[in-house]
Design a protein around this ligand. Sequence first.
Ligand SMILES: [Fe+2]
Length: 345
Amino acid sequence: MFRPSNGAYRSVAVLALAAAVIVSPTTAAQSAINLYTTREPGLVQPLLDSFSKTTGIKVNSIFLRDGLAERVAAEGQRSPADVLMTVDIAVLIDLVEKGLTQPLSSPVMEGAIPSNLRGAKGEWFALSLRARVFYTQPSLNLTAMTYEQLADPKWAKKLCTRPGQHPYNNALIAHYIARHGEARAEAWLQGLKQALARPAAGGDRDGARDIVGGICDVAIGNSYYVGLMRSGSGGADQKKWGDSVKVILPTFEGGGTHVNISGAAIARHAPNRAAAQRLLEYLVTDEAQRLYAEANFEFPVKTGAAVHPLIKALGPLTVDRTPIAEIARHRITASRLVDKVGLDR
Ligand SMILES: [Fe+2]
């Protein structure tokens, strides 16, 4: 029977050590990824913890309130960012246009996310949706409305909204241009200006407050604020505002509802691309979609994933089929039209 000498044992040990030294950098690289996010840490941390538990991949998240694109661009090829996560059509498309993301071909992502809500080459993916809805005075008993109808003279001096230049309204106006062209969008904005009950100012929840205060009959606001108000998480006053308005999911004529998105992309120079892909694919599982959307009362992007009861109660959401990238193309024109019409003056 062969018994290795002590020297042979030593050689094996040395070889094993050398192998460990060579292998460990790769193993370490695959067991941690870097996420740059503009989303509040409290919203995403439970998901990241659950991802790490399932996969053994640690996620270092770097929270950046502003300047995500600038930071990644400045870091260039040496950027440690693997996944970029952010909110708003314009911000996400800006990352793509600046060449800070890379394409991802993934049947998992393509199966979970409708084609109008992701980049054609997988350069970005929507993860959750917020609908731009109408809060209305309940005594009007409105059940359905279109965005186009808001410019009708019957709403003169009855509308409350935040500024037209705010990203939420900019995206809605850009969507209007995508569907109807610039000339009709300008006429629509003139109609909205006539409809204003007060200057276009404040936030979306102020619209609900002002309906309760008898200042306006209809206000433009994001769907998730309804959840924030009605859940009571913003305090008793906001709960009263939320409970005192009737919410309508408007649609474009012959189309669906305007949504804005939160989303993510793989960074152009991601050092850990395979693990980054695993995180994105995890984020579209049914369970992650539920947790991610519920954290801020949003709609999951994946059809069939559970919706928070307060948001489900708003009724079924039919997302307009205009591609998000097409909407983003009109955001500069939208901003110019708001100035031209003087909506915010
Ligand atoms: Fe908001």
